[in-house]
Design a protein around this ligand. Structure first.
Ligand SMILES: [Zn+2]
Ligand SMILES: [Zn+2]
Ligand SMILES: [Zn+2]
Length: 321
């Protein structure tokens, strides 16, 4: 049996799933599970964690039944140190992806997925596993207390640092569930030995009800408030003023006035990176957003945010991805 962890691919495209599967087999991962929607992915994830076989998750940014923020939150709820790798298309590199990284996305990988990129991500992941395994063999001053609670605490801090790209002291405390001097002294120790880098003070969004910094941004259509939207290309036909998605211009014909469009910049223009609401078909360059507290489920707007400041850290390992 392979000593490599299991993998869970959450992807609705069969061809991408096949491709990932073959790449992962090449990298020596043989325990690969696949799901084509968010609902079954959560179920499968729960089952694997219960069986003491927590998977590394490859999560598609766009799934038909569930927002990936919701899937990530649910997985982190089941296993706070879950390693979820997000598959995104380049045009999805918006605030949403940054937000997901802050929330605990381990790494993201750009679509179309190349073997080299996937290999880099998994090599970094394996390096980090080794790095912390070696570290726990060695006794650290904080561990000298031989306090089992502290040992567990250190394991959790390692996992949190391991599973986030950058993490603030506030967020670490939030994920652990309490604030303690042992957390601060262990972080200082890691910083002194060059294993983590202190990135300085970070201002973070906190819930205006319970002060939790475990929050996420929710995006919706400014017109109908639906959260079912996609990112696409729009074409504006100068002649009649029609603006609609590029695929509505079949055979280069404007769907409104039925005239041919001929030269970009002359009689039409392409508008990239627009959000198109799947519910009301309206389109926007920006979505409306509010925050959701993952602890108490309070929803609040940007001007109601309770800002909190603490030190921000990241692992000293260089990311090749
Ligand atoms: Zn709250
Ligand atoms: Zn037209
Ligand atoms: Zn809408």
């Amino acid at each position: 049996m392979s000593s490599k962890p299991s993998i869970l691919i959450v992807e609705d495209s069969k061809s991408v799933t096949l491709l990932l599967n073959s790449y992962l087999n090449k990298l020596g991962y043989s325990d690969v599970h696949t799901c084509d929607n968010g609902y079954s992915a959560i179920k499968k994830f729960k089952k694997l964690v219960k069986e003491n076989n927590p998977p590394i998750v490859l999560l598609d940014y766009m799934l038909p039944d569930m927002d990936c923020r919701s899937i990530l939150s649910q997985m982190l709820d089941i296993q706070p140190n879950a390693r979820v790798i997000l598959e995104t298309a380049t045009e999805q590199h918006d605030e949403g992806v940054t937000d997901l990284i802050r929330l605990g996305i381990y790494q993201y990988i750009e679509k179309p997925i190349r073997f080299e990129a996937l290999k880099n991500v998994f090599e970094t992941l394996e390096k980090e596993d080794l790095f912390f395994k070696k570290d726990s063999d060695r006794k650290s001053p904080v561990l000298d207390a031989e306090d089992e609670v502290k040992t567990k605490l250190i394991d959790r801090i390692n996992f949190i640092l391991n599973s986030t790209k950058q993490v603030s002291l506030n967020l670490i405390e939030q994920m652990i569930g309490f604030s303690d001097d042992a957390i601060k002294s262990y972080l200082k120790e890691l910083e002194a030995s060059g294993k983590i880098i202190n990135l300085g003070e970070k201002k973070e969004v906190a819930c205006n009800k319970c002060n939790s910094v475990k929050t996420t941004q929710l995006f919706s259509c400014p017109h109908c408030n639906s959260s079912h939207f996609r990112i696409g290309k729009l074409i504006e036909h100068y002649g009649c003023g029609n603006v609609s998605e590029d695929q509505t211009y079949q055979e280069d014909t404007c769907p409104h006035c039925k005239k041919k469009i001929t030269a970009v910049g002359v009689d039409y223009r392409i508008m990239h990176n627009h959000y198109i609401c799947s519910n009301c078909s309206d389109f926007f360059s920006e979505l409306s957003s509010q925050y959701l507290c993952l602890k108490c489920e309070n929803k609040f707007k940007l001007d109601e945010v309770n800002w909190q400041t603490s030190c921000n850290y990241k692992l000293a390992i260089k990311n090749t991805g």
